[in-house]
Design a protein around this ligand. Sequence first.
Ligand code: ASP
Length: 325
Amino acid sequence: MADIFIGTLGGTIAMTRAAGEGGVTPKLTAADLLAAVPGLDPALSVQSESVLQVASASISLRDMGRVLDWANRAASQGARAVILTQGTDSMEETAWFLDLFWAHDCPLIVTGAMRAADGAGPDGPANLAAALRVAQAESARGRGVMVVMNEVIHSAKRLRKTDSLSTDTFSSGTTGPLGRVIEGAPVWFRPAAPSDPLPAPQSFDHDVAILSFGIGQSAALLRHALSAPEFSAVVLAGFGSGHLPADLMAHIDTSTRPVIYCSRCSDGPATRATYGYPGSEVDLQARGVWPGDWLGPLKARILIWAIEAAGLADPRAAFEARAGV
Ligand code: ASP
């Protein structure tokens, strides 16, 4: 039995450029990624598998169901830790998806890279090395799904990609990261929090829309999202702490699906009781729109999708229980 299972999903960490290609594409296997990690402990037993080979914007929720099954199998077979490597573009969504369903003490660590494997100073090997260090630590047990990038350990819930290219792209915002990898071992800034995993997803056919708003935007997309049968829920990425223009409020209809308001800002919560003007959070809630609380639109979308996939009887209570800090 291997100590650590590594599943690779593609992403920049696995990308190189072949002659004649316009840019880098995912090619490297799990074995290639491991071979690039300097000073790998020869006593460490690692089992690796290439699970997907895609750019992370192309990972579907159905793919994530398969990745979750793969990771669950590894944990049930006695893995000490599971590591997934993937693209950074959707990492804040995929890690949160996994965290919502992860029911093991065994840590699940997600990592990737901002620089391609064949460029100058690729960060992939260092990130995988740091993820392995966290994976080997007894103190990582019971901490659910974490993202290790740039030697910083983020919770799956708080992590956001903040810069399209910088190697220092990930931030846990106001609440800060969980810890850092210092001299080859994790240093934790806070204790492990208890988790309340959702039952495994039963359905993958539903879709949740995110609508972002700019000044003067018409009601066309809002009307469509709130009436289209394809959408089982709608997340509104509103101004400031979650507001909509007053003239759009007449189009809000929460009678057929959950509608959730979040902030379109890169940090901070959607408020509940600060503003009372038309289009404010007070107005939205009076019309049945749920507060996204501390979740940004991407995380709120994954949460309501997961709750619907799990078929919970009281989606609102399940959402509220997980949307806080
Ligand atoms: N730019 C991306 C990355 O950092 C590509 C992807 O997400 O697959 O990995």
